[in-house]
Design a protein around this ligand. Structure first.
Ligand SMILES: *[C@@H]1O[C@H](CO)[C@@H](O)[C@H](O)[C@H]1NC(C)=O
Ligand SMILES: *[C@@H]1O[C@H](CO)[C@@H](O)[C@H](O)[C@H]1NC(C)=O
Ligand SMILES: *[C@@H]1O[C@H](CO)[C@@H](O)[C@H](O)[C@H]1NC(C)=O
Ligand SMILES: *[C@@H]1O[C@H](CO)[C@@H](O)[C@H](O)[C@H]1NC(C)=O
Ligand SMILES: *[C@@H]1O[C@H](CO)[C@@H](O)[C@H](O)[C@H]1NC(C)=O
Ligand SMILES: *[C@@H]1O[C@H](CO)[C@@H](O)[C@H](O)[C@H]1NC(C)=O
Ligand SMILES: *[C@@H]1O[C@H](CO)[C@@H](O)[C@H](O)[C@H]1NC(C)=O
Ligand SMILES: *[C@@H]1O[C@H](CO)[C@@H](O)[C@H](O)[C@H]1NC(C)=O
Ligand SMILES: *[C@@H]1O[C@H](CO)[C@@H](O)[C@H](O)[C@H]1NC(C)=O
Ligand SMILES: *[C@@H]1O[C@H](CO)[C@@H](O)[C@H](O)[C@H]1NC(C)=O
Ligand SMILES: *[C@@H]1O[C@H](CO)[C@@H](O)[C@H](O)[C@H]1NC(C)=O
Ligand SMILES: *[C@@H]1O[C@H](CO)[C@@H](O)[C@H](O)[C@H]1NC(C)=O
Length: 652
């Protein structure tokens, strides 16, 4: 893809103050505290002590505003504190024909290395970034989990009026008056309804929701670009700032991994344990380079919409974009995999009848793609692509190595997986895969669509029609949808009569509240009933299988993966008719993920097949009571889909 929209209008050739190197179009000046970089469209300074970008100017507008504390900057940090940010021990300026870059290195005395790299290329209105993390220590061989690593564009004011997750999810930034009067309802979540007046046309509260949370603007790794939109001070130009997710292969967790995108800050999250993903264990020899990602700026005239600027940014979300440039700087970017170590993956896949939108995922060998990192292979990269109508899959530019292929599809329980797929540099790897859908006999019924989300249920993908943006309801603070009012006795669902988008909630709460609109905790809505009718009684030797696929469960372990809080391990109990012993699925601490409470609809996916004697079922009406226990702390379950199957083992 060529960079057409912003072609060079003039080229200045400046001899740099560095011995023997020249750079076309890029200006680079060094002062005592800063390294200043500019091309003909943007300019910024890099603070030597921290590597942060400051004073970024595009279209003669200061896009980050002035520095105040950490705001007014673009920078990388590690809130989980696994890596130090003690200050840079060194920096190196490197230049080429039409680019310049700075590599900041931060070594601590414990064996850790952090490198933050920024590059400016030709006349592009944007900055390329990489982050390298390494740990070499053979006496203390582990320094724990990485947790979060993120690079942020964090303006202090600036021209910004709107936050944009993707083409569907965007909103005005809450105005100053709303923020001044906000009421905290949960961590990072506020009620703004006390102040309906904001400066920009339709306000946040009128247009999007009475609640604001950063989680509302999260997305999964299918995201192509996300960012901010606004107007120049003279109001003749519209402006956009975007993290373009041009390469995803150094991230973790696969396509379903969701995380924050933008909330006023624009995030590039290299690693987190949010939304069902795991993060790597930092052990001796850990060495990983994340990126590149591209921080991109664009503009239009007064009538250019934020969707138009977003679409312009999204065109660069293609791993082959700028590959030549990345190959050119690869010798300086330790750990970046240039084209010479990449090959092509191809597959022919047959999927079960009824499979919709099948997707093929390549990830760490031997483990599920969501769990790919904790399970020890932090060198693994990840890729995915749709399976085309004719069954073909093609993924170019795959880093050489061993992979697991997983195929998932909407409508099909379970998944297909195949290990030991070897991709070699410069070669085409061809694989064929035949996915036979799992089956435990005749399907008696199913509830929900197996699609790795709880979106099809009430308050899920359902739109909030009371606000013009019509946001998906799951994105809004959960307390807005008063579950005890909607389901006074919990869910009571009758197969064949009930409607899953009305009669089944997106979250099964063990207890509910308090919320902004409800002061007390409600405890009698935790037992859900499923009613179904059978024409005849299953035979005495028959085997029934109740398959539960979950889009997420949160226990008091939250996202930590370790036993924390009062109830890190919780049961989901299913009582079949009058049987006194329930089917008991105990969710373990590492399976917990913060999901619905953080406005998510797909987190740590879980699958279980619970077998019982078909003789527990009878002719006519049968019932299941599915129970999340009332314990000292709330836990909740988000179903993906459920089904009941039966194998008749003797003839009637
Ligand atoms: C570098 O210094 C020159 C000469 O003072 C100046 O014209 C130019 O604007 C500076 N460039 C940057 C990026 O600060
Ligand atoms: C940004 O501008 C401020 C104010 O002029 C200055 O103090 C600061 O050093 C600049 N930052 C960089 C990285 O050049
Ligand atoms: C750029 O902005 C400054 C003030 O922020 C103004 O003085 C100057 O005239 C502007 N330059 C152009 C070319 O618009
Ligand atoms: C930082 O540590 C790495 C080893 O992890 C070493 O190769 C490099 O030279 C160190 N850099 C500085 C500036 O100390
Ligand atoms: C390894 O870690 C220990 C403690 O964290 C530290 O004392 C030691 O110096 C480290 N070794 C190296 C080679 O960095
Ligand atoms: C991933 O995100 C896209 C865009 O927001 C959405 O359409 C899709 O349903 C999401 N998939 C899952 C499994 O959450
Ligand atoms: C900017 O211009 C647009 C289009 O003319 C207008 O609707 C809007 O109110 C103006 N905004 C400001 C802050 O002047
Ligand atoms: C991380 O690695 C260390 C050392 O190999 C090991 O003791 C620890 O259990 C690992 N942690 C996880 C969460 O896998
Ligand atoms: C991790 O993955 C890499 C790349 O696929 C492979 O070469 C290596 O053998 C794997 N290591 C382990 C411990 O499985
Ligand atoms: C649940 O639905 C069944 C079938 O309609 C009905 O017989 C039963 O009374 C309902 N239970 C409650 C608590 O509403
Ligand atoms: C909750 O309790 C507070 C303090 O008693 C009271 O002011 C508020 O009106 C109550 N809210 C609701 C929704 O009942
Ligand atoms: C469910 O299983 C867990 C773990 O084995 C056990 O602690 C719990 O007592 C069981 N609950 C019931 C009701 O059987």
């Amino acid at each position: 893809m060529a960079f057409r929209a912003f072609a060079l209008t003039f080229v200045s050739l400046i001899r740099l103050s560095l011995a023997g190197t020249t750079s076309t179009a890029i200006q680079l000046n060094e002062t005592e505290y800063s390294i200043l970089l500019a091309n003909d469209v943007i300019s910024f300074g890099l603070l030597k002590t921290t590597s942060a970008i400051q004073n970024l100017t595009y279209q003669n507008v200061s896009l980050l505003g002035t520095v105040d504390g950490l705001t007014g900057q673009a920078y990388t940090d590690f809130p989980s504190n696994t890596f130090t940010t003690s200050g840079n021990s060194s920096y190196e300026i490197i230049t080429g024909q039409d680019w310049a870059g700075v590599i900041f290195t931060d070594n601590d005395t414990l064996g850790s290395t952090v490198q933050r790299l920024w590059f400016l290329h030709a006349s592009e209105p944007g900055v390329h970034s990489f982050v390298r993390l390494a740990y070499y220590n053979d006496t203390v061989t582990s320094k724990g989990e990485l947790g979060e690593s993120r690079t942020m564009f964090r303006p202090n004011g600036g021209p910004w009026t709107h936050i944009i997750t993707n083409s569907e999810q965007w909103a005005p930034l809450p105005g100053a008056a709303a923020v001044a009067e906000e009421v905290v309802v949960q961590d990072a979540t506020w009620y703004l309804g006390l102040t309906p007046d904001d400066p920009y046309g339709l306000t946040f509260t009128l247009q999007e929701s009475d609640y604001f949370t950063k989680y509302q603007f999260a997305d999964n790794q299918t995201n192509k670009a996300h960012g901010l939109f606004g107007y120049s001070p003279d109001n003749v130009t519209t402006l956009g700032a975007w993290w373009v997710v041009n390469q995803k292969d150094t991230f973790f967790g696969g396509p379903l991994h969701g995380d924050l995108m933008v909330d006023g800050i624009i995030y590039n999250k290299q690693s987190t344990n949010h939304g069902g993903a795991t993060n790597p264990n930092i052990t001796n020899g850990f060495d990983r380079t994340f990126g590149p990602q591209f921080l991109y700026f664009n503009h239009g005239n007064q009538s250019t919409t934020l969707q138009e600027l977003l679409a312009d940014a999204e065109q660069f979300a293609d791993p082959s974009w700028n590959a030549k440039f990345y190959d050119e700087i690869a010798p300086y970017v330790r750990g970046y995999a240039p084209s010479s170590v990449r090959g092509t993956f191809q597959a022919t896949v047959t999927v079960p009848e009824g499979a919709l939108n099948p997707v093929a995922v390549l990830s760490a060998n031997g483990v599920e793609f969501q769990a790919a990192t904790l399970a020890a292979n932090f060198t693994a990269y990840q890729y995915w692509a749709p399976v085309e109508e004719d069954g073909s899959v093609s993924i170019p530019r795959v880093k050489e190595g061993w992979y697991r292929l997983t195929v998932i599809a909407t409508g099909i329980f379970g998944e297909y997986s195949q290990d030991n797929i070897i991709v070699s540099a410069g070669k085409v790897t061809s694989v064929s895969a035949a996915w036979i859908a799992q089956s435990a006999g005749k399907e008696l019924w199913r509830i929900g669509i197996p699609d790795k989300t709880a979106g099809e249920f009430r308050n899920g993908f359902e739109r909030d029609l009371t606000h013009p943006n019509h946001p998906a309801k799951y994105r809004i603070y959960w307390g807005a949808w008063d579950y005890p009012t909607q389901f006074p006795n919990g869910v009571n669902f009758t197969v064949g009569l009930s409607n899953e988008s009305v009669d089944w909630n997106y979250v099964h709460w063990s207890r509910f509240g308090p919320t902004y609109i409800r002061n007390e905790t409600v405890t009698n809505v935790n037992q859900w009933q499923i009613n179904f009718e059978l024409e005849e009684a299953p035979s005495a030797n028959s085997i029934a299988t109740f398959t539960m696929q979950l889009a997420g469960v949160e226990t008091t372990a939250g996202n930590t993966d370790v036993a924390s809080g009062s109830n890190p391990t919780v049961p989901i109990l299913t009582y079949v008719n009058d049987q006194s012993q329930p089917l008991n699925w105990t969710i373990l601490a590492y399976q917990s993920s913060s999901c619905g409470e953080r406005s998510a609809i797909s987190c740590h996916l879980l699958h279980n097949e619970l077998e019982f004697s078909g003789s527990w079922l009878g002719e006519g009406w049968n019932k299941f009571l599915v129970s999340a226990l009332f314990l000292s702390s709330t836990y909740y379950v988000q179903y993906d889909a459920l089904r009941l199957e039966l194998i008749e083992t003797s003839s009637k």
